[in-house]
Design a protein around this ligand. Structure first.
Ligand code: GLN
Length: 250
């Protein structure tokens, strides 16, 4: 079966090997006999609602964020309609911040966000850097861990009733204080974790593929399990590093 991915601004927001996330989605789909078709959606391109099963937006620094923010505003309706119609979405770091309501940089300049996620972000004068470990429950009763790396000045403040992606076991997370990391609205996920994220957290790649297939073909598709021995090792190394990190939140 075919899965159509819209990769937003791959030429601007790609700072943390975000292409690695797309490569993982692509291979894991192919190993199950599905075809991932990745279409770049960058500055000036139209985003047609209904075209994509999964949207992906990666990380970038303030400069790149400023270069795409106005264009993203023009796509706000398309992104919101795509998500409301049940497509999956993964937003990482700089892209994650732009999918909230607003981002204020270190100099006090405001960048508008498109409000897919209920939060605001304000840059602080220290960066939050290091390995992170999260505990997530995307399906009721199914507990999983996510391991990754964070590097951001932005402090993201979720609305009180917003759903985070996970609980911080080690690392800073959204703001270094709340113990919450990332944000979830239905099939849309945002996070500061990169490195890239999906090679060491294959269960999340499969969750996204499942949601994307459900969007295109309906039902609850079952993905055949894969061996994932190397991936499990990568996850374990990363999780161990997070658990023993110096400084920051434990
Ligand atoms: N503006 C972001 C920050 O908080 C950039 C995050 C990123 O993608 N590295 O630093």
């Amino acid at each position: 079966m075919r899965i159509v991915v819209g990769h937003l601004y791959p030429d601007y927001l790609n700072i943390y090997a975000d292409r690695g996330n797309i490569a993982v989605l692509s291979r894991r789909a192919a190993w199950r006999g599905h075809e991932l078709e990745v279409r770049s959606v960058s500055v000036g391109d139209a985003l047609e609602p209904g075209e994509h099963d999964l949207l992906y937006i990666g990380g970038g620094q303030d400069r790149e964020q400023a270069l795409v923010a106005q264009d993203l505003l023009a796509k706000a309706g398309g992104v919101r309609e795509t998500v409301a119609a049940g497509a999956a979405l993964l937003a990482v770091c700089g892209g994650y911040q732009l999918l909230g309501r607003s981002y204020r940089d270190l100099h006090g300049a405001d960048l508008p966000g498109i409000g897919v996620f209920p939060f605001d972000t304000v840059a602080g004068d220290t960066r939050m850097i290091g390995d992170v470990l999260l505990e997530c429950e995307l399906e009721p009763g199914v507990h999983r861990t996510l391991a990754g790396f964070e590097n951001h000045a932005g402090r993201t403040h979720l609305d009180a009733d917003a759903e985070p992606l996970g609980r911080v076991v080690a690392g800073f997370g959204n703001d270094g204080e709340s113990g919450r990391e990332g944000c979830r609205v239905g099939r849309a996920l945002g996070t500061y974790l990169h490195g890239p994220l999906l090679p060491r957290n294959p269960w999340l790649a499969d969750w996204l593929l499942t949601q994307a297939l459900a969007h295109r073909h309906g039902g609850v598709p079952e993905l055949e399990p894969l061996a994932d021995e190397l991936e499990a090792e990568a996850h374990a190394v990363s999780a161990r590093r997070a658990a023993t990190r110096g400084g920051g939140r434990r």
